[in-house]
Design a protein around this ligand. Sequence first.
Ligand code: ARG
Length: 471
Amino acid sequence: MRLWGGRFEGLSDERMAEFTRSIDFDHVLALDDIAGSIAHVHGLGRAELLAPDEVETLVRGLAELRADVAAGKLTWDPALEDIHMNLEVALRERVGPVAGRLHTGRSRNDQVATDMRLWLRRTIDGLDASIVVMEQALVGLAERDGDAILPGMTHIQPAQPVLFAHHLLAYVEMFERDRGRLADCRRRANVSPLGSGALAGAGYPLDREGTAAELGFDGVTANSLDGVSDRDFVIEAMAAFALSMVHLSRFAEEITWWSNPRLGFVRVSDAFSTGSSMMPNKKNPDPAELVRGKAARVIGELTGLLALMKGLPLAYQKDMQDDKPPLFDAASTLDMSLRVMAGMVATLTVNREKMRAAAGEGFTTATAVADALVRKGVTFRAAHHIVATLVAEADRAGITLDALDDATIAAALSASDDSIALALVGDAAVAADLRVAAGLEGALAGCDVIGGTAPRRVASALAAAKGRLGL
Ligand code: ARG
């Protein structure tokens, strides 16, 4: 039964067979393997290594196998070790001994490398679509509730107010970069190793470029040793997956905090919450927590792959078979995480009042007040000092900065060593301007640069994002 068993005596030890086989996980490559085989058969035909009727028979058999795989009708035999040998034997059962010609000029080493590239290519396309759905959910929320005002934080301390839409669009930027990384990885992965043979190059004049073109590859690998043993494309993809999970986990963490009743900025819909088996009051944002947790898993899988390849000599080594479980798992984990987070975001309820109240806590408009003084000619350092005095006064009085009276403002200005600040003492219009800057709307409007949170800047960023996403 073993296709490689010619020089072997006796049977494989059961433990060895179970330990070394990959069919339990590489069966997901079946359609890619068949696509590669069909292109290879056509190539063998062009090289006149197969007669036209042989090409026809083999392609017909492979097409039948493809239909059976798609319909879930093919079963895998663990004794046949991997997907490649399962399919070769299944083909022989269908078309007879001519199946023995399929493996001419091909090794499982260039075959599996081809399969993996084909699999990755279509998986990246699917993930790209899932990232777009996530971005669309973020943009949808930004349109619905984007004019809510959020307390922007640094060091998890109140810093400056930002539009909720601005915050959401920050994640859209991250996910757009993720898409770029995946596209970049896809481009480098999209070359054909077929014809590399086991390691030295196929022993026949195969038209590698024609076969590559048939499979939709942009070209062929340039070195047969590298062609069979390169797994950079796997690692690059894993790095992109892990980073995307990191982005999701950051947003997941924010949702868990925002939905805590103490903050109450958002409410996660019941459809995306779970309860407690003991505490009847509980509503937990489980999916967000799990996304945060699963980011750890994908990071671990990336690290595992780097460790797997580290120190492997050329060319193919069996270690490399173990690239598959982590790659397949990471891709499906990312896809599921994107899809569940998109659903959670699309059904989130925003409490603008609670957000707004929090946005004003902690004197978050202080920087805007200092900026307003600078616009009147005061040095930034002097303005910083004056506003710090105002913050201390407001804190003592238990009021916000936009409620400070003219006398308190005059006192802070007159304590300054800045000549322009001193000239502003007692000017009621200046005090009024500072109070406007100290309001949430005034503070937002002040950050009027490309990429800033001023409403008109956010509106154009939102329009740009919608354009990119075809919304
Ligand atoms: N199942 C193997 C893998 O995934 C296929 C390649 C095996 N090559 C070999 N020479 N044993 O890596």
